[in-house]
Design a protein around this ligand. Structure first.
Ligand SMILES: [Zn+2]
Length: 332
């Protein structure tokens, strides 16, 4: 169980404990250059893990068995350095899993980091009112998504009806549902306050100008079929209810970024399944290679807070909101 991060860590972003640095320096000094790994312990393959996935990196005979090397080079030639990330970073990023048993950890001053959909939208779609907010990356991806929908022939008829929600508003929705339809109905159809994906600022509900939620039939089928090319997934689908805990919602889209949305669509995985799947690509074994409309990516999972980060290759790092990080490097 991960303990709550300290206030100090929250305020200072990436925080490396002096003891960690000391241990790293001592270990490097004792073992000399033999610590530096080349690409030998890594494999790399597309889509599926190797049969020996999870194999630990070889350790030099005179080295302490549990100390990982400070530097590695991945199969794509990405030079990385072991970096200690703050525990609270596990709860942030585009790939965080939030569901009825995985609580969202609200960052301090969350609203300061959100942008207003009504102000930032393009002319390709509408926003219900000025109460809708998203994280900037999700907002930019929503604009690209809706612009592409209209450009390929879709009518300008989509209206964003929900985006970020505070815990107070989610409580209001839950209480309202329980009052109207009973507690059991509310539990089935409305996420518990603190456990809604709408808290993240990475989620939108698409509606139509007539006030209905969008379904995925007719003209709107394009939206469901192509959302991954813009970084979005249909979060709750028929057949996945037992895994997601939420019934089919064709209007609820979650931003995860183009490479991961593409891989999830290819595998037909919901986010719960995908977060589990990524664990078979740990730092010291075969990495996942994803090719998508935005390029090629090498992806690995780091359990805990010691993470190999590229020295210079562009990458994004996301917590999974459970126990570690996913590193996504652009390789081409
Ligand atoms: Zn929703």
């Amino acid at each position: 169980m991960i303990t709550k991060p300290s206030f100090r860590r929250k305020r200072h972003g990436i925080y490396i404990h002096p003891l960690i640095i000391l241990i790293a320096v001592l270990a490097a000094g004792a073992a000399g250059l033999t610590w530096y790994l080349r690409s030998a312990p890594f494999g790399s393959q597309e889509g599926q893990p190797s049969g020996s996935g999870g194999t630990a990196a070889p350790v030099q005979a005179n080295a302490p068995p549990d100390t990982p090397p400070e530097h590695i080079t991945t199969p794509s030639g990405i030079a990385c350095t072991l970096t200690r990330l703050p525990e609270n970073a596990i709860y942030a990023g585009n790939l965080i899993l939030v569901n009825n048993w995985t609580e969202f950890h609200f960052p301090e001053n969350q609203k300061d980091n959100l942008v207003c959909v009504l102000d930032e939208r393009t002319d390709s779609y509408y926003a219900r009112d000025n109460s809708l907010y998203l994280l900037p990356e999700a907002q930019a991806a929503l604009n690209d998504f809706m612009d592409a929908y209209v450009e390929q022939g879709g009518k300008k008829s989509i209206q964003i009806v929900a985006a970020h929600r505070t815990v107070e508003y989610q409580q209001h929705l839950f209480d309202q549902s329980a009052e109207r339809n009973g507690l059991e109905h509310a539990k089935r159809y409305v996420a518990q306050p603190g456990f809604s994906e709408h808290h993240t600022g990475l989620t939108v509900d698409l509606g139509t100008m007539s006030g209905d939620f969008m379904d995925s039939v007719g003209d709107y089928a394009w939206i469901t079929e192509n959302c991954q090319d813009y970084g979005w997934i249909v979060r709750y689908e028929t057949g996945k209810e037992e895994i997601t805990g939420i019934w089919d919602e064709p209007w609820h889209f979650r931003y995860v970024g183009i490479p991961h949305a593409t891989e999830m669509a290819r595998l037909d995985y919901c986010l719960e399944e995908y977060i589990d799947y990524l664990k078979i690509f740990p730092q010291d074994a075969a990495h996942l290679i994803i090719n998508c409309v935005s390029g090629s990516y090498e992806v690995w999972y780091a359990e805990g807070t010691s993470v190999y980060l590229p020295d210079s290759t562009p990458c994004s790092v996301s917590g999974n909101n459970i126990d570690g990080f996913i590193v996504t490097c652009k390789t081409g």
